[in-house]
Design a binder for this molecule. Structure first.
Ligand code: HEC
Ligand code: HEC
Length: 273
């Protein structure tokens, strides 16, 4: 009897505790899932909406169209058909519009072997509107996914890919180099991740296109990582002489090495006279 009364409360207490905890855990999990799921859905909805809406918004496209007609159509044509002064832009895609305008290559200023970079002629909003117009009338490679532009890829792999695919024009250190007919591959030291990605995607001018079959998006991210790593790395010792390799080093020896020998012989003969 005493045992029973003693046991009953203990059992009921234990039972209550047992009943409460799984329910509380379940409720907690449900609330947790609901909150994180809801927040995630809300966040992705807003971020994709804000990314897409500026490129698909009719007002932005209309504004971009006006900017294109005023600044670009003389060379590229009102229907992107091209003219004697500029190529057709049909199918070049948003990536090419963004690359050309954001780096200050377009609108083209003067006739030269290749488009010269000049201070960007538009505000960031205007550039985006021109890109929105480009995306609406010229289907092609789109803007890169920001997740490949973070510079958190594999720098070693990226450096190897850069040496096999890019170094013959841009030099191993990305310092740039001369090409034929007055053209040149620019230095990549100050190129932003988006610029590097879009250059590979669109192949400006005499640069080849590296589509996603040549170099996967992850490989492009690795190349960006390696270039950003190089740009941030400090020079270990001595002068880098422009990082363009044996040419400047040889020139340095020719001018200063041979120069000092000549100066020495001149000094010797001057003394003997
Ligand atoms: C004076 C003439 C001229 C004007 C103005 C001009 N462009 Fe160009 N554009 C060119 C020429 C020429 C090329 C090819 C240059 C080259 O490849 O180096 C070119 C190339 C391009 C390309 C690259 C095409 C491709 O195949 O990848 C894009 C995109 C472009 N222009 C967009 C624009 C936009 C947008 C504007 C206005 C903001 C503009 N251009 C203004 C002459 C012009
Ligand atoms: C055949 C030579 C050639 C090869 C190979 C080449 N490029 Fe280029 N690249 C060029 C030329 C030429 C330009 C300039 C085009 C212009 O100004 O219109 C350029 C421009 C660029 C730019 C734009 C720089 C800026 O800040 O404006 C980037 C970035 C770039 N290249 C990256 C690469 C990468 C990465 C690779 C390898 C995956 C590569 N290139 C391979 C010739 C080359």
């Amino acid at each position: 009897m005493r045992q029973g009364t003693a046991r009953t409360p203990r059992r009921s207490r234990g039972g209550r505790r047992g009943r409460r905890s799984p329910l509380a855990t379940l409720a907690l999990i449900a609330v947790g899932l609901f909150v994180t799921g809801g927040a995630y859905a809300g966040f992705t909805a807003t971020s994709s909406a804000s990314a897409d809406s500026s490129l698909t918004n009719a007002q932005n496209i209309a504004h971009g169209k006006r900017l294109f007609q005023a600044n670009c159509a003389t060379c590229h044509g009102l229907a992107l058909q091209g003219s004697a002064s500029g190529p057709a832009l049909i199918g070049v895609g948003a990536a090419a519009f963004d690359f050309q305008v954001r780096t200050g290559r377009m609108p083209l200023e003067q006739d030269a072997p290749q488009a010269q970079k000049h201070p960007v002629s538009f505000t960031a909003t205007q550039v985006r509107d021109i890109v929105a117009y480009g995306a609406s009338v010229s289907p092609g490679p789109g803007l890169p996914d920001p997740k490949y532009l973070k510079g958190d890829g594999n720098a070693t792999l990226g450096a190897r890919l850069f040496r096999t695919n890019c170094a013959m024009c841009h030099n191993v250190a990305g310092a740039g180099g001369a090409l034929t007919e007055g053209k040149y591959a620019p230095s990549l030291k100050d190129s932003s991740p988006a610029t590097i990605y879009e250059a590979m995607l669109t192949g400006p001018q005499s640069m080849p296109v590296f589509n996603d079959n040549n170099l996967t998006p992850q490989e492009k991210a690795d190349i960006i990582t390696s270039l950003k790593y190089n740009a941030a790395a400090s020079q270990v010792a001595g002068f880098d002489l422009g990082s363009i390799g044996p040419v400047t080093e040889g020139l340095f020896l020719w001018i200063f090495g041979l120069g000092s020998i000549i100066a020495f012989t001149v000094w010797l003969t001057a003394k003997s006279n």
